[in-house]
Design a protein around this ligand. Structure first.
Ligand SMILES: Cc1cc2nc3c(=O)[nH]c(=O)nc-3n(C[C@H](O)[C@H](O)[C@H](O)COP(=O)(O)OP(=O)(O)OC[C@H]3O[C@@H](n4cnc5c(N)ncnc54)[C@H](O)[C@@H]3O)c2cc1C
Length: 575
């Protein structure tokens, strides 16, 4: 089995991330950067070892589902064992600050842990992913008293979390939420029903609910929603009004419990700004989106590994099927999909970590001049624009690629791939959900379009141009030029598009794919600049996607709002 802690990850730990700046900003000039970096490597090595060891059990017991016993969720034994091993190794809730018992590790490391967990078992990944996401949101938005009360148990792994947004009438459209939060003498109580709640048996629920005092006025909008911590037990150990009504039967991720939750006068603690909970939840969702991108990549890596191994073992027409040109092309395309997804995700997370470190520096260094402060603030602001665009794109690519790669792995296995016990089949069934939860792919590309509408492309493209200009290897020049042309082409096409938002929406997937192709192209070239063995990967990405980009740009530029009408006429043929 190829190592979980492979070169594609080590590249970022050793070369692509500026750990020197990161740790000095976060911890001060006297920090021992090398030992801090070595500690991160140690965390990932341990994680890789555990995840690798748990992989056979994850595949063997794939169909075992979580069960509801006397109102409590019971995980399948292999999922529980996997969780316990990560917990015992101190590998859960890694971003919690040291004052609450955590390790305060960079988002990059947290995300890589999720990716490895998912490669082994995508169900178990949902549990640790939500645990760390919920804890991070509490840390960011709750009062010190609430942090003190709830976070130490997250850091030790004794408590898990769930994120409760979806209701029967409120899926993609969270403005339709009707779970009600009522204030009684300074305390808050929740009433309502949430559906599809991952790890719904968890002790701590982070709930988006509509405030009673503004209920009718704010109905149908995301205003008037607040974010609440709602534990299943009160501080004295008695039960709070949070009930797991049912667990769903699903196509995939069977070991991940998906619950219907009922709140009946359940006491909850409001965090963040009242009436503005959607913003705080967006923070959690954005982190969760990067987590789901990692989940998709983990699944895709597992599928790709299976496909490459099988293509070398299986002989037809006297040769290994992997020696057939068509198969080689397919396996290379799968690899490009996985590496491209990784490239955009890591770029985005590196920016998040950079901003976190600058923020820590600004908070700590009180004696900085106004000029120095303003300069660093400007860097953070630009990074934030890039993060807001790259996050939905990373989620979109990482999960759609997971769906494609795992489907292609089934194809590589031929008839065996369609058997119930086939590993590619199991991985594909797990991959599908990644394109749906934390916002469907359609929602991701419309979010990306919104950011483009606000002008994000100019900053993102300026940074890409700068990075292309910094490449040192001469053999990359030709490819950097192709990416530059692609950037110009997107500028022309997107400019025309923004004249009509309805038409822009119908093109949002095309535009997102064009932007992805230049962002990933630049990042893969940067990788090839430090690792020459990645040249063919970068060159192939650029060659393939720049040809596609031209076709996409022509399609975007040649149409108009009448295309929507044409779609309606085509669909009407089925009436
Ligand atoms: C296994 C599983 C686990 C989940 N875990 C959680 C969880 O832990 N917490 C939680 O709160 N929720 C969770 N969800 C819910 C999940 O986030 C929603 O299912 C998802 O956001 C889509 O909402 P929906 O199912 O209502 O689909 P709908 O919103 O009804 O969408 C149906 C289709 O319409 C498309 N669509 C909708 N609006 C638009 C638009 N404006 N433009 C273009 N297309 C559009 C969608 O892309 C989709 O293809 C989970 C769901 C599943 C299946």
């Amino acid at each position: 089995m190829a190592s979980y802690f492979h070169d594609g990850i080590q590249l970022y730990l050793n070369e692509m991330m500026d750990w020197d700046e990161y740790f000095r900003f976060r911890k001060g000039d006297d920090c021992d950067v090398e030992s801090e970096r070595a500690a991160l490597v140690g965390v990932l090595e341990t994680c890789a070892e555990i995840c690798q060891e748990m992989e056979p059990a994850s595949r063997e017991h794939y169909h075992l589902a979580a069960e509801l016993v006397d109102g409590e969720v019971v995980l399948p034994p292999h999922v529980q064992e996997f969780y316990d091993r990560l917990k015992d190794a101190g590998l859960v809730s890694l971003s919690i600050r040291e004052e609450y018992g955590g390790f305060d590790l960079p988002a990059m490391v947290n995300n890589l842990v999720l990716q490895m967990a998912s490669r082994s078992n995508a169900s178990m990944m949902t549990i640790v992913g939500l645990q760390s996401g919920v804890a991070t949101d509490i840390q960011k938005y709750a009062s010190p008293e609430l942090c003190e009360r709830f976070l130490p148990a997250f850091a030790s792994g004794d408590t898990q979390g769930a994120m409760d947004l979806t209701e029967p009438q409120a899926g993609s459209d969270l403005g339709s939420i009707t779970t009600r939060a009522t204030e009684e003498g300074g305390r808050y109580f929740l009433d309502g029903q949430k559906i599809f709640i991952t790890n719904g048996g968890a002790e701590i629920h982070l709930v988006l609910a509509r405030d009673d005092d503004n209920f009718d006025k704010s109905k149908g909008t995301t205003k008037g929603l607040s974010l609440y911590i709602c534990p299943r037990h009160n501080e004295d150990g008695s039960k709070n009004g949070v009930f797991v009504e049912r667990l769903e039967h699903k196509m995939g991720i069977h070991g991940s419990p998906t619950a219907v939750i009922r709140f009946e006068h359940a006491e909850a603690f409001q965090i963040g700004t009242k009436g503005d909970g959607f913003k705080a939840m967006l923070d959690l969702m954005n982190n969760a989106r990067l987590g789901v991108a990692a989940q998709g990549i983990g699944i895709a890596e597992a599928a790709l590994e299976e496909a490459i191994r099988y293509s070398r073992e299986r002989k037809q027409f006297g040769v290994a099927i992997g020696d057939q040109p068509l198969m080689k092309n397919m396996l290379a395309r799968m690899t490009l999909d996985v590496e491209g997804s990784r490239a955009i995700l890591y770029r985005c997370i590196a920016l998040l970590d950079r901003n976190e470190s600058i923020k820590a520096y600004l908070d700590r260094e009180k004696n900085l001049s106004e000029g120095e402060r303003a300069e660093l603030q400007a860097v953070m602001d630009r990074n934030n624009v890039r993060i807001r665009l790259l996050t939905p794109l990373a989620k979109y690519l990482g999960t759609e690629a997971s769906d494609r790669v795992s489907r292609m792995a089934i194809q590589v296995f031929g008839g065996l791939g369609f058997m119930a016990e086939s590993n590619p089949g199991k991985l594909h069934l797990d991959a599908i959900i990644t394109t749906i939860y934390e916002g469907t792919s359609e929602i991701q590309v419309s979010f990306a379009l919104k950011e483009i509408g606000k002008g994000a492309l100019s900053i993102v493209f300026e940074e890409l141009q700068k990075e292309l200009g910094e490449l040192k290897s001469e053999n990359l020049t030709e490819y950097a030029d192709k990416v530059r042309k692609g950037i110009d082409r997107i500028g022309e096409a997107a400019g025309a598009l923004m004249q009509d938002f309805s038409y822009a929406l119908i093109c949002s997937r095309l535009v997102s794919e064009m932007v992805i192709s230049v962002v990933v192209g630049t990042e893969l070239l940067r990788q090839a600049d430090v690792r020459p063995e990645r040249f063919d990967l970068a060159a192939s990405w650029v060659n393939r996607t720049m040809v596609e980009l031209e076709a996409l740009a022509q399609r975007v530029s040649s149409g108009g709002v009448e295309r929507i009408e044409r779609c309606e006429k085509i669909i009407a043929l089925m009436d």
